[in-house]
Design a protein around this ligand. Structure first.
Ligand SMILES: Nc1ncnc2c1ncn2[C@@H]1O[C@H](COP(=O)(O)OP(=O)(O)OP(=O)(O)O)[C@@H](O)[C@H]1O
Length: 262
């Protein structure tokens, strides 16, 4: 990306489990206030990368720089503080099943932002539910919600702590095309209306193409290519080309290559 203003950078990130190398030197940058999609085949380490970014896993080697500050070597206290700048939405939304929707969203307001005023909490929960277009469902239990609703409540909860960077782990997996499109529109709103940097881990290359400002392709533990979506079509790699063929049809992918060769 030309003149990229980087908020988050990963350098030489390595992670293995019992000798099985999953991340083998990942280098990738994430532009501030933009949407970056990371895609790659199943099992290629996308979720492991995300877990390293949010601090659920520690890398074996490498750096994770937030505004130039390496998180990896920080004390637990410093890590906690800097990682508050990150929010995330897991595939299953990970709601607390024993709490109702309102309590789920109030949780980070109390625990992260330390808000104690009950009226203020109620108002903010209601605003967040309106923002995800689910007004007035505070008293519903997670078990009563559809998959798409759970995802939106999960998003409202993540947004409650006002992160600067939002990570989405396969947000459209298991959703039909209409709901997937709704989720993409919601991610665009998070980016445009709230000004958050968004990182989206996905298999859905066709869906993410329209939404992302940047795409990074993870393959065999490394980022094989990264750049603006259109530039990715011209990367001459068989796996990447196969992704394009399946997602857009072979003619489209061949045409893009042809244009590049002219
Ligand atoms: N905690 C863990 N312990 C051991 N192995 C793990 C652990 N987490 C992930 N792995 C392994 O790392 C590899 C990559 O997994 P990961 O979930 O990151 O893939 P992915 O690219 O997100 O796949 P998918 O698109 O199917 O979700 C897999 O072989 C997985 O078994």
């Amino acid at each position: 990306m030309k003149n990229e203003d980087t908020i988050l950078e990963v350098r030489g990130l390595k992670k293995a489990f019992k000798g099985q190398v999953v991340l083998d030197g990942v280098d990738v940058t994430f532009p501030r206030k933009r949407i970056t999609a990371i895609f790659g085949q199943s099992g290629t380490g996308k979720s492991v990368l995300m877990k390293n970014l949010i601090g659920i896993l520690d890398p074996d080697e490498g750096e994770i720089l937030i505004d130039g500050q390496d998180v990896v070597g920080m004390s637990p206290d410093e890590k906690r503080k800097i990682r508050r700048r990150l929010g995330y939405l897991f595939q299953d939304a990970a709601l607390f099943d024993s709490m109702n929707v309102g309590e789920n969203i109030a949780f980070p307001l109390v625990e992260v932002l330390n808000i104690r005023d009950k009226l203020k909490i109620r108002r903010r929960v209601s605003e967040l539910l309106e923002w995800v277009q689910l007004p007035g469902i505070e008293s519903k239990m997670p078990g009563e919600l559809s998959g798409g609703m759970r995802k939106r409540v999960g998003l409202a909860r993540s947004l409650a702590s006002e992160p600067e960077i939002m990570l989405f782990d396969e947000p459209t997996t298991g959703l039909d095309p209409i709901l997937s499109d709704n989720v993409h529109k919601l991610i665009e709103r998070v980016n445009r209306e709230l000004g958050m940097t968004c990182i989206v881990i996905t298999h859905d290359i066709a869906g993410s193409f329209g939404m992302a400002d940047k795409i990074a392709f993870l393959h065999e533990g490394r980022v094989l290519a990264q750049g603006e979506p259109e530039s990715m079509r011209c990367v001459d790699h068989p796996v990447l080309q196969r992704f394009f063929e399946f997602s857009f049809g072979s003619e489209d992918s061949e045409a893009a290559k042809g244009e590049e060769n002219e």
